[in-house]
Design a protein around this ligand. Sequence first.
Ligand code: NI
Length: 135
Amino acid sequence: MKRFSVSLPDKLFKDFGRYIALHKYVNRSEAVRDMIRSALVAEEWLSGEQVVGVINLVFDHHQRQLHERLTDIQHEYGQNIISTTHVHLDHHNCLEVIIVRGRAKIIQEMADRIKAVRGVKNSSLSATSTGRGIS
Ligand code: NI
């Protein structure tokens, strides 16, 4: 474990204190560690390395051919998909959660294509890491 001290302007220090309280951190160090890890994950995605992510989408399965189109896209990226879970939310709506892995550019492209399919009500990509580059 290494220690280092950080100088912050008063306002930023105050804002940081509020952030820590809001997010229930037990101390400043844990908050700073999380921020550094987030920055490293963002860098992994920018550098195009192997990443892991979760794509979620909500859609109306009654909409014509929508489900087929979504399945077609997923088959195109079959090598990048670890697992897909489908939940029937109600009479109309389905939720799909797709766990993905691969080069950041490919994963982002798949997420963009899914989001752009007409009839998808909501979709987002949660970008995370293989964990290998982060302690
Ligand atoms: Ni369903």
